[in-house]
Structures are given as structure tokens and as C-alpha cells.
Design a protein around this ligand. Structure first.
Ligand code: ADP
Length: 492
């Protein structure tokens, strides 16, 4: 498939991306590289350094040194605000470049990537407000004592991030870590290392001192694991699959580092008969097909109240069939490919599983081969799904929706909660009582009412159950990137 034109700065960056360690652009100690594939063509886009344990060591050492000498934490808080804000501004200024990079690397439509780049910048602008607002307390005791608490950075923070929203995920880790005075080693997903590397460069340009933000590209079982088990890393913030989350937890036990996990989901999207159907259909479609369904909060289980089920499904199928798949670099493309060959096989594999379980493919159901060798999958809707089928229980991470009929509010809540996950849910209704009842009844870290997919830097985000623990964004992130120290002073 012919691709749209690239910006010169994108061509230049893609030519030789390097890791960022101790303020320098470096290759892997081993000299090894690995291929980065363009999912829209299946072709090699570039190569990046294959960082391993030695490189993680170098990055952790650089981050430790920067933490110890307080070159970042020791700055005037207002100065850190200035630098964080500048990172946000640099991202904003380079949106076209970053959006093309993200699109090339991940396959997401460039129009959507542009919005994401803006959102990543927004995370830094939000956290720019925090350095001046994080402080301890004085504690009540008797007259003979003076007790106060210091709010201190955790230290060296590792961020291990997935490929679905590469720059946004990087911002979620780096923004709050820096706001609280920590230093960082970031390990982007092997499928999508480019914008994270570029972020490392932009941090330096914004005035983040050398060694404070380090970016190591590499594989999960090599660089990722080395970071998760490193004895001199104080905290890991991980976003990815529940399966790898478990590995991170095991790997972290050596030095009992702090861990926050943002894992998978199988989010219910509940449509009641009294919903505004036009909005519910549009929202449900976005909820499940955005980013080719590669979204941890994707509303993949569409629960529809029986009385409107058939009408809703008819409209959903029409809208799904009309979606425009194609070159992600073209502005009018609505859906790009999935990220990799592996993901393509996983998604098409699940479509086969759904068929064999007796669910009906009502639209889609195959690879979109007319688009060449790229990893395109047709947006797919299964009907006649039971909640105990694998396609309703397991995270597919692709453009596959499972429509499940429910009788009423109580059944909707019961089915919604019948999952190991608890990341998010959406409910569509015009009855305010019903909306709040469902919001309260659902076990998930986020519930959207008459909307879906919204995320804001000021609103905490995270999972119930096996969707993880710890909260990101908002002031909750500040808690997980600081620790408190109580100081007792004897006045006798
Ligand atoms: P997905 O299933 O969405 O591909 P993963 O959970 O596999 O996501 O990967 C998310 C991140 O975790 C990536 O940066 C990946 O390299 C990393 N990773 C994978 N396996 C491990 C591991 N054993 N230890 C540490 N990090 C890992």
C-alpha cells in the first residue's frame, strides 16, 4: 500500500533513533539492534538499539546518580514547574512530527495520533502545576515534641509501557515522576519505541538535567525484566497485560520495590432501552473500535437491554460496516491496522474461537486482505454471545465486539461484574437513578455515563480486581510517586 508523504524531520529521526542514557544518545552496549515494523505495510521501518541488562544498569546508575546529587529534586519547585511545562509545550510544538512517528510505528490513524500527542503534552502541563503543591504536614503531639513530615521522592522510578498509546503512556509515567522529584528509566514496548525515545530528547531540550530521564529500548524479557528486577530501582509503574503484570510483581520481590499495575480489561458497555440511541451507538462504536480496539478500557462487551436489542444491533452493524479502514497516514482514515503480526494472529484466532463457541459473526470477521500486507482486521461484531464464552471473558485487544442481551438493570450489573477484570464500564440511559445505581454497582475503576473513553490528567485512572492496583493521573499519582518521612524533634 502506498503511504502518504513523511515530514523531513520524521525521515531524519527514523534514520537512526538511539537510546537516551545519562543525557547522551547511545547504542546498546552489545551493539545489537532490532527491527521496528510499520504495521500498515508489514515492512521494516527502522532499527533501534536492543537494550539489555547492561544498558538497564547504565540507565539505572545514571538515574541513581541524578537522584543522589539532587540535580532535579533539589531545584526550586517553580523551576521544575517551568521545565515540565516546557516539555508539554515542546510536545505541542512538534505535534505533526510526533503524530506521524506514532502513526508509522503503531498503525494508528494520524488524525487520532495528533489528538493523542496533544493529550500527552497536556499531562505534562497538568503535572507542571504540582511541584509547588507537594509538601508535608506538622503533626499534633504534646508540647514536648515537634513532629513534621517530609514528602520525598521515591527515587529511581522504572516505567514499563505498552504499544497501544506509546507517548501518552510515557507521559503518564514521566510527568508525575518528575513532578515529585524522581528520576526515571523508561522502557517503551519493543513494537513502538520511537516517540518515547523522542520524548527523552525533548526532556533534555526542555531543561531536564542529564540522567533524570533515561529511555532504554528493548524487549520485555530482556530490558523489561532487567528493569523490573533491578535491585537499585525503587518503583515500577507498569501498564500492559495482566499476564506480564504478574511477572513484574514476581520480579520486583527481590528488593520489594513499589509497584503499580495498570492491566487488562473486558469492559462492559451497557445500553438501556431509555438511552439516546444515536449517542449510544456512536459511543459504543468508538468505545470498542478506537485504535483498532487496542485499548485497555475498550468496551468490548456490549450489553443491550432485550427490548431494544434488535434495533440497536441493526444500527451498530450498519455503522460498523461503514467504517473506513486504510492508510493510517491519511487524514480521513478511521481505523488502521493492528500493531503486529502477533496481534493479527491473536485477533483472528479469537474470531475463530468465537465462531467455534457458537457466536455469530454479524459483520467483519476476517483480515482485510485487500489492504495488502499490513495487519488490517475488519471491525467485527459478534451477536448471540453468552458472557461465559471466551470471547466475552478474555481480552482480545483488537476490533472485536461481543453483543450480549440482558433483561434488566440487575442482570446488566451481574453480567458486567462477571469478569476477572474491573478497569472501566460505560452505561447509556436517560434515567438518572438507573445511571447512578449502575455506577455504584459496577466493580471498576472508571464508570462513564452517556459517554465513553474519556480521560483527563486530573482524573484518577486504574483498575479493580485483576485490572491492577494503584491509581495514575490526578493527585493519586502524586501519592504513588512520593513517600513520607516523619521527623520527631524532642523539645525537652
Ligand atoms: P501487550 O500484551 O499489550 O503486548 P505486554 O504486557 O506484553 O503488552 O507488554 C507491555 C510492556 O511490558 C512492554 O514494554 C513489554 O516489552 C514489557 N514486558 C513484556 N514482558 C516483560 C517481562 N517479562 N518483564 C518486564 N517487562 C516485560
Amino acid at each position: 500500500m502506498a503511504q502518504a508523504e513523511l515530514l523531513p524531520e520524521v525521515t531524519k529521526f527514523v534514520d537512526a533513533p538511539k537510546m537516551v542514557i545519562g543525557g547522551k544518545s547511545v547504542d546498546a552496549t552489545s551493539g545489537e539492534m532490532f527491527d521496528v515494523i510499520n504495521p500498515a505495510t508489514g515492512q521494516v521501518l527502522t532499527q533501534v538499539p536492543r537494550g539489555g541488562a547492561l544498558d538497564v544498569d547504565a540507565a539505572v546508575n545514571a538515574a541513581r546518580e541524578a537522584h543522589q546529587d539532587r540535580r532535579w529534586a533539589g531545584l526550586r519547585p517553580g523551576k521544575r514547574t517551568e521545565v515540565l511545562y516546557k516539555i508539554g509545550e515542546l510536545i505541542k510544538r512538534n505535534i505533526s512530527e510526533l503524530a506521524q512517528l506514532e502513526s508509522l510505528d503503531s498503525g494508528k490513524p494520524v488524525s487520532i495520533a495528533s489528538g493523542e500527542m496533544w493529550a500527552a503534552g497536556d499531562v505534562f502541563r497538568y503535572y507542571a502545576g504540582w511541584p509547588t503543591k507537594v509538601f508535608g504536614e506538622t503533626n499534633p503531639t504534646d508540647d514536648n515534641m515537634f513532629v513534621y513530615s517530609l514528602r520525598e521522592p521515591v527515587g529511581v522510578c522504572g516505567g514499563i509501557i505498552p504499544w497501544n498509546f506509546p507517548l501518552i503512556m510515557a507521559a503518564w509515567k514521566v510527568g508525575p515522576a518528575l513532578a515529585c522529584g524522581n528520576t526515571v528509566v523508561l522502557k517503551p514496548a519493543e513494537q513502538t519505541p520511537l516517540t518515547a525515545i523522542r520524548l527523552g530528547e525533548l526532556c533534555l531540550e526542555a531543561g531536564v538535567p542529564e540522567g533524570v530521564v533515561n529511555v532504554v529500548s528493548g524487549f520485555g524479557h530482556e530490558a523489561g525484566q532487567a528493569l523490573a528486577q533491578h535491585g537499585d530501582v525503587d518503583k515500577i509503574a507498569f501498564t500492559g497485560s495482566t499476564e506480564v503484570g504478574r511477572k513484574i510483581l514476581h520480579a520486583s520481590e527481590g528488593n520489594l520495590k513499589r509497584v503499580t499495575l495498570e492491566l487488562g480489561g473486558k469492559s462492559p458497555n451497557i445500553v438501556f432501552s431509555d438511552a439516546n440511541m444515536k449517542r449510544a451507538i456512536k459511543g459504543s462504536m468508538n468505545g470498542v473500535f478506537l485504535n483498532s480496539g487496542q485499548v485497555c478500557t475498550a468496551g468490548t462487551r456490549i450489553l443491550v437491554e432485550r427490548s431494544v436489542h434488535d434495533d440497536f444491533v441493526t444500527s451498530l452493524l450498519d455503522s460498523t460496516a461503514a467504517m473506513k479502514l486504510g492508510d493510517p497516514l491519511k487524514e480521513d482514515t478511521q481505523m488502521g491496522p493492528v500493531v503486529s503480526q502477533e496481534q493479527l494472529e491473536r485477533v483472528t484466532g479469537y474470531i475463530e474461537i468465537g465462531r467455534s463457541e457458537g457466536a455469530e459473526v454479524a459483520v467483519g470477521g476476517a483480515r482485510a486482505t485487500e489492504l495488502g500486507d499490513g495487519y488490517f482486521v475488519q471491525p467485527t461484531v459478534f451477536t448471540g454471545v453468552r458472557n461465559d464464552m471466551r470471547i466475552a471473558q478474555e481480552e482480545i485487544f483488537g476490533p472485536v465486539a461481543a453483543v450480549i442481551e440482558v433483561a434488566d438493570v440487575d442482570e446488566a450489573i451481574a453480567v458486567a461484574n462477571d469478569t476477572i477484570y474491573g478497569l472501566a464500564a460505560a452505561v447509556w440511559t436517560s434515567d438518572v437513578t438507573k445511571a447512578h445505581k449502575v455506577a455504584r454497582g459496577i466493580k471498576a475503576g472508571t464508570v462513564w455515563v452517556n459517554t465513553a473513553g474519556n480521560v483527563e490528567p486530573s482524573v484518577s485512572f486504574g483498575g479493580y480486581k485483576q485490572s491492577g492496583f494503584g491509581r495514575e493521573l490526578g493527585k493519586h499519582s502524586i501519592d504513588t510517586y512520593t513517600q513520607t518521612k516523619s521527623v520527631w524533634v524532642n523539645l525537652r
